[in-house]
Design a protein around this ligand. Structure first.
Ligand SMILES: [Zn+2]
Length: 156
């Protein structure tokens, strides 16, 4: 990583890398289970985080258990988290770039979590998924077509 790029990342929001990497896995899990989009709004902090999804109801307890299980299964596989660079014209056929800032440049950084997830992102991540610890949803609620999932990480 060159200095210029490093500067660009550092100047972004200072996410907690474990939490933020968990968010990537949660988003992919939601997309696979419900065919909803990735979270359109989120608040990522070290102690607890929340992600909002466009949805039509709250989750059942069973669904929450399945999501917890799936996210932890991916974490336990200790997948490599790597960055790849795409030209923007290549990337727009593969990814949803609607949330990308206009001035993002011609090269796009994509974060891949094994074969499980790939998503354009300029944030800070773990290098392999076991660093994340144990993922746990502690509440969900639904209001005005928005599903909010709150989660934390348990690190022994
Ligand atoms: Zn990211």
């Amino acid at each position: 990583m060159n200095d210029e790029h490093y500067h660009e990342i550092k100047s972004n929001k200072q996410y907690n890398p474990q939490m933020h990497s968990a968010e990537h896995i949660l988003n992919q899990t939601m997309v696979r289970m419900f065919n909803c989009g990735r979270s359109f709004s989120n608040h990522i902090e070290k102690k607890k985080s929340k992600c909002d999804y466009h949805f039509n109801r709250n989750l059942t307890e069973e669904e929450v258990n399945i999501i917890n299980h799936k996210v932890n299964e991916i974490i336990q596989q200790d997948l490599n988290v790597v960055e790849e660079f795409y030209q923007k014209y290549e990337a727009q056929n593969i990814f949803n770039l609607s949330r990308l800032p206009e001035d993002a440049g011609d090269k796009l950084r994509v974060i891949k979590i094994g074969e499980y997830d790939a998503c354009p992102c300029s944030g800070l991540h773990v290098t392999h998924t076991k660093e994340i610890g144990c993922f746990k949803i502690f509440s969900t609620d639904f209001k005005d077509d928005v599903l909010r999932i709150r989660f934390k990480l348990i690190n022994e």
